[in-house]
Structures are given as structure tokens and as C-alpha cells.
Design a protein around this ligand. Structure first.
Ligand SMILES: *Cc1c(COP(=O)(O)O)cnc(C)c1O
Length: 215
């Protein structure tokens, strides 16, 4: 499955985060052997336990809800945090990154879905955050783009609308805050059920789990 998927993504230069949450290290190793290097996990401790068991060139992407108290488990090695939605979380990431002499790329997570259960910022909230002095003073984080999850629905037009919305948020923030910053470049959207739509709407990074593992 990985090969076919990568071929499909290659056409649009979309990056794949293979989501391996709840899967054992052996499953990650199998994908690694096939050439995959970018892996996504959604629990800090699970990620921290898997990390030393895999080669150093693995990129670890944190994609789940992150509590400030858990940042310390992943700060030494995480490649990107997709799920930043508050100043206080960003400050803790900055603090922990500084401890390790690192700059950690972060995505701002937006709530684009209808479901109440999904986390994230809205556009005014993100604009307010990025305008703060407290934000500008942080030297150990890089805002690398945006992330969002669409509503879990069969209604493709609804999903498309939500992805289009996220892309618009990205463009607005880029124009307002990141004009001279090529590091602000990622739109993380699309999962097993909706990645084709996400790519059509401008995704640069899809996060795919069940499709790779058949469950
Ligand atoms: C689990 C998860 C995914 C992958 O979902 P699949 O439907 O298994 O592809 C993507 N993003 C986030 C945030 C997830 O928690």
C-alpha cells in the first residue's frame, strides 16, 4: 500500500506522515525498510518510548492534543508539532526547545470541522496570538504552517469546503505575518478517508494511518 500511495502523492509533491499511533515498533520498522521516514504519533509517552528503538533519521511528527506538562517528553527529538492551539503551549514548547538548543517547527491547529470534539484556533485567535510581543520573543519555535481535521462525514462538499477554508487561513496568515519567511509553508490536512480531497485543495502534508495498515 505504501508504494502506491507514495506514487500518488509524488504527482503533487505532497508529503506523507505515516500515522503509527497504537501500532508496534515492528510496523514502523517495516515502513522504514520501504523507505518511509516521516511518522506521526498522538501520545507523547508512546512517541518517546518508540523514538530510541528506531534509527536516528526518522522524523517524528506529533499530531495529537498536547498538554503543556507533556512537552518535555518529546522536545529533545520531535521534528514537528502539528497541534499548537494556544500561547501557553507554544511558550512551553519554546522553553523546552531552548533547553535542548533546538528550534521546533510547529503548526497552528485550526478548528475547521463542525464537530464540537475537534480542537483548534479560529482565525481571529491565531491573528491575535501571532501579533503578541510574547510570541515574537520566542526564539526556539518556528511557525511552519497550519493543520486541520475535516468533519467526519460522507458529504464530500462539506469536507472540501473545510479544507478550502484552512487553505485560506494559511494564505491570510502568510500575507499578514510571514511574507518574508519561507519556513511558513505547510498545510497539514487529509487523512485516510479524505486525503484525495485535501490534496486537491492544496495540502502539502497528509497524515495517513488506517489506509497503510488496513485498519
Ligand atoms: C489518527 C490520526 C490521523 C490518521 O487517521 P487515519 O484515518 O487512520 O488515516 C491523522 N491525523 C490525526 C490528528 C490523527 O489523530
Amino acid at each position: 500500500m505504501l508504494k502506491e500511495l507514495l506514487k500518488e502523492l509524488q504527482l503533487t509533491a505532497t508529503k506523507l506522515v505515516a500515522v503509527t499511533k497504537t501500532h508496534p515498533v515492528a510496523d514502523i520498522e517495516a515502513l522504514y525498510q520501504e523507505g518511509q521516514r516521516r511518522f506521526g504519533e498522538n501520545r507523547p509517552k508512546e512517541m518517546a518510548e518508540k523514538h530510541p528503538l528506531l534509527p536516528a533519521d526518522v522524523e517524528w511528527h506529533f499530531i495529537g492534543h498536547l498538554q503543556s506538562s507533556n512537552v518535555k517528553y518529546i522536545a529533545p527529538f520531535v521534528s514537528m508539532i502539528h497541534s499548537v492551539e494556544s500561547l501557553s503551549l507554544l511558550q512551553e514548547i519554546n522553553r523546552q526547545a531552548a533547553k535542548h538548543g533546538r528550534v521546533i517547527p510547529c503548526l497552528l491547529q485550526f478548528k475547521i470541522a463542525r464537530e464540537e470534539s475537534k480542537y483548534g484556533l479560529d482565525l481571529p485567535g491565531a491573528q491575535a496570538l501571532l501579533g503578541l510581543d510574547a510570541f515574537r520573543q520566542m526564539e526556539n519555535i518556528q511557525i511552519a504552517g497550519v493543520m486541520g481535521m475535516a468533519t467526519f462525514t460522507e458529504d464530500e462538499e462539506q469536507v472540501r469546503k473545510e479544507f478550502r477554508q484552512l487553505k485560506q487561513y494559511f494564505e491570510t496568515l502568510r500575507a499578514d505575518f510571514f511574507q518574508n519567511d519561507s519556513g511558513f509553508c505547510e498545510i497539514s490536512m487529509g487523512m485516510s478517508g479524505d486525503y484525495k480531497i485535501a490534496i486537491e485543495e492544496g495540502s502539502t502534508m497528509v497524515r495517513i494511518g488506517s489506509l497503510l495498515f488496513g485498519r
